[in-house]
Design a protein around this ligand. Structure first.
Ligand code: TYM
Length: 318
């Protein structure tokens, strides 16, 4: 069976983009693959953070994985910093990876621009740590959203270069080259306030995203106020209407319909009709996830126990 590995940073609440782009793929394919899902706390310390909050969100992110459908019996769930080999391999890979490859990373450039002088070496090195995450487990497939495509490409290149330098004759080569696994719909969920920028945890405006923990009334309010346009009717794929395309795509997934079905159902609708429909579909889809999440968080000791699938380094062979 092919091996799958992926994770989310525990910075703040997980949002609909994380769910649609990444986690939904993890749960849907659990039976097909040998799965590793981890909470990426070492990446979360590359930007300013509060230690106590980070330890709380690390646990609650793991609860969200399980609530969203990751079954600890089918998938290994663990915390990145519990396995020291992630940091150790990063160092070795640092030494075979050209600076220029990392300098090209779009996400680094964007984050560095926003943070000005506070950019750490860690933020720069973030993609190499991510490569180490994937290569350490010899993952074949990495289910992620579109914004991580470049990082997975880099991980492939880092693997190949390491193999080329150090395994000239050795077979099998040290690292397997991973591939990104991406959905056609949902790989890039856009902000509710601007259909041209992606939904993101780091956006200061909470109204720009739907958090998986938002109660139904908040979801309704956010969708009611979200940015739209003044055109009649609704349609997919019009480059002049990014908000429209984004909201229809979210509806398509949440209501579990095909694009054609949504186009037929909503093509003649006005925003005033469509928005409550979308809000209900989102709230309905998320509500069982929230129930399970709240239940899990009631007893944190149970959540942190190995019964819930948290693995210790020794379980992973380190
Ligand atoms: P992070 O925490 O930014 O995002 C977690 C996952 O959610 C996806 N995602 C989105 N998908 C669609 N639309 C959006 N608006 C959206 N926003 C986020 C991301 O693509 C990602 O799949 N570096 C990674 C975490 C990481 C990782 C890894 C992932 C570290 N090591 C190894 C896979 C394998 C990150 O910051 O994701």
């Amino acid at each position: 069976r092919k091996r799958v590995l992926s994770g989310v940073q525990p910075t703040g609440a997980l949002h609909l983009g994380n769910y649609l782009g990444a986690m939904r793929q993890w749960t849907a394919n659990q039976d097909l693959y040998d799965n590793f899902f981890f909470v990426v706390d070492l990446h979360a310390v590359t930007t300013p953070h509060d230690r106590k909050t980070l330890s709380d969100t690390t646990l609650s992110s793991a609860a969200m994985y399980i609530a969203a459908g990751i079954d600890p019996k089918k998938s290994r769930i663990f915390v990145q910093s519990h396995v020291r080999a992630h940091a150790e391999l990063t160092w070795l890979l640092n030494c075979s990876t050209p600076m220029g490859w990392v300098e090209r990373m779009i996400q680094y450039k964007e984050k560095a621009r926003r943070q000005g002088e506070n950019v750490s070496v860690g933020l720069f090195d973030y993609p190499v740590l991510m490569a180490a995450d994937v290569l350490l487990y010899q993952a074949d497939l990495v289910p992620v959203g579109e914004d991580q495509r470049q990082h997975i490409e880099l991980a492939r290149n880092i693997a190949r270069r390491y193999n080329d330098i150090y395994c000239k004759k050795k077979r099998p080569r040290t690292f397997r080259e991973p591939k990104a696994l991406m959905r056609t719909t949902g790989a890039r969920v856009m902000s509710l306030e601007d259909g041209t920028s992606k939904m993101s945890k780091s956006d200061e405006n909470d109204a720009s995203r739907i958090n998986l923990t938002d109660p139904p009334n908040v979801i309704r309010k956010k969708i009611k106020r979200c940015k739209t346009d003044s055109q009649e009717g609704l349609q997919f794929d019009d480059p002049q209407r990014p908000e429209c395309n984004n909201l229809l795509a979210i509806y398509q997934i949440m209501a579990n319909k095909t694009k054609e079905e949504v186009q037929r159902e909503c093509g003649d609708m006005r925003w005033g009709q469509f928005k409550p429909l979308l809000a209900d579909a989102v709230a309905e889809h998320i509500s069982p996830i929230q129930d399970k999440y709240n239940e899990l968080l009631q007893d944190k000791s149970y959540l942190a126990s190995r019964d819930m699938g948290f693995l210790l380094p020794s379980d992973l062979g380190y």
